[in-house]
Write a protein that binds this ligand. Structure first.
Ligand SMILES: C[S@@+](CC[C@H](N)C(=O)[O-])C[C@H]1O[C@@H](n2cnc3c(N)ncnc32)[C@H](O)[C@@H]1O
Length: 436
């Protein structure tokens, strides 16, 4: 987006957010030792109280964050005349034109993630006294009403009395580290969290590394249902093809079948195209449609349809488009293979480690978690980390996307009006076909 050259502050790294939050906090709570040394900052960042998440950053990470914050005009270096120690201070109010109360609330959000006005009132007490939670809301609304909003109210969750607020200084606003709403989320005009495309921009680099073993199950089903398909009956349409992890399996199950891969995320398409370039037979057979299903111009006839790990991203109109397509463009008996993803009902899922991969000397790890948004959907968060051999975090990436939960019975009821029926297979895989 063209911002006319104005500097934006919505893409700070988790380390930059933590460092900035600590500088603001310690300026008010321990003014005697402010500005702060690198040592003091490391201790403040890694504090086990008043921090969410608790982290263990090393000096190098903090230095990198400080350098980048300084380059962006958010911190300054102060050279002490007494002991020649290098110290650091923030200049958040000057750079962002913030008042005291605004700066304090922003810092508490940066340090502790999504919080209600009541929590913010209590937790900011040592820095600034708000009389009531309503006073907190007034300041939050001011921050949210800026041309480039710095905070945002999250939609209230079922059973939740007060809404929670997040800061928008980073691409990973909070619920994600609970239900981290990617900045892309927050930046979007849609309700938080965002659709299924925006989040993949942040995490596409990890998609293949930690792809899991879902495709082993899907391939077994494909070997069965694609056997004997006539390549002349049309291509296989892969909705939400991602990085093309499954293309080789499709090819093994139905050699010679052409594929139309619908993939809207440019980041995922980078990996998809790289995969195609490496496999000349797939490159020749795969047509990439770079749009969401809603805008996709699909072939009149298809041999089969694939929707793996994508159904929950589709909105109602896209789902109707999908089922109509399966019902009118596939031959009777031709399969639409869908993988359903747990949970089948909105539920909170605490952070689960989904895998790790050694890449050279570094370790890449991934976690997933979820929080209910409403009676149909969850905010689904994926977190990744690259660590060096000493355990030092080199990179963290999070994304939260909205995901509609489906159970087999929901799906059966949804497809019935389109004269479709389904059969269940292992691992949440279902095959939808025209009713015979
Ligand atoms: C979890 S990934 C699954 C990728 C792939 N099917 C696989 O099994 O590896 C979901 C993919 O759906 C894509 N997606 C999200 N919303 C979509 C939409 N409305 N239409 C088509 N694809 C979408 C995302 O960009 C992402 O690549």
């Amino acid at each position: 987006m063209d911002d006319g050259g104005a500097q934006r502050f919505d893409d700070l790294s988790p380390q930059e957010v933590r460092v900035l939050g600590c500088l603001v906090e310690k300026e008010a709570t321990v003014p005697d030792t402010y500005p702060m040394t690198l040592n003091a900052l490391r201790t403040a960042c890694n504090q086990s109280t008043s921090r969410d998440p608790v982290v263990s950053y090393g000096d190098r990470e903090i230095e990198v964050a400080l350098n980048s914050l300084r380059a962006r005009g958010l911190t300054r270096v102060v050279h002490s005349t007494t002991n020649r120690a290098t110290k650091y201070k923030h200049v958040l109010p000057e750079t962002l034109e913030l008042g005291k109360a605004e700066t304090v609330l922003l810092s508490v959000l940066m340090l502790r993630g999504a919080q209600t006005p009541g929590e913010l009132k209590t937790r900011s007490e040592r820095q600034h006294r708000f009389k009531t939670p309503d006073d907190v809301v007034t300041v939050l609304e001011r921050l949210a009403g800026r041309p480039e909003p710095l905070v945002r109210e999250l939609p209230r969750q079922p059973g939740q009395k007060d809404p929670r607020w997040i800061h928008l200084m980073s691409p990973v606003a909070e619920p994600e580290v609970g239900a981290p709403v990617a900045r892309a989320v927050a930046a979007s005009s849609r309700p938080v969290p965002p659709d299924g495309v925006a989040g993949y921009a942040t995490i596409a680099e990890f998609a293949d590394l930690l792809a899991g073993d879902l495709w082993e199950t899907v391939e077994l089903v494909l070997l069965d249902v694609l056997a004997g398909l006539e390549p002349t009956s049309g291509p296989l349409v892969d909705v939400g093809a991602g990085t093309g992890v499954g293309l080789a399996a499709v090819h093994r199950a139905a050699p010679g079948l052409r594929v139309v891969a619908v993939e809207p995320s440019p980041a995922m398409r980078v990996a998809l195209h790289a995969r195609l370039v490496d496999a000349p037979e797939l490159l020749a057979a795969t047509t990439v449609v770079p749009t969401q299903l809603a805008q996709a111009n699909l072939p009149d006839r298809a041999a089969a349809v694939l929707a793996v790990g994508v159904l929950g991203h589709l909105d109602d109109a896209e789902r109707t488009k999908l089922w109509r397509y399966v019902s009118t463009s596939l031959r009777p008996g031709a399969p639409c293979v869908v993988s359903l993803v747990a949970p089948s009902r909105p539920a909170a899922i605490p952070s689960l480690r989904v895998g790790e991969r050694q890449v050279g000397r570094n370790l890449v790890e991934g976690w997933t978690s979820a929080e209910p948004i409403d009676e149909r959907s969850i905010a689904w968060t994926q977190r990744f980390r690259i660590a060096d051999p000493n355990g030092l975090t080199l990179r963290e990436a999070n994304a939260t996307v909205a995901w509609r939960c489906d159970g087999v019975d929901d799906l059966r009821a949804e497809i019935a009006p389109h004269s479709l029926e389904l059969t269940e297979h292992e691992g949440g895989v279902v095959v939808v076909r025209r009713r015979g």
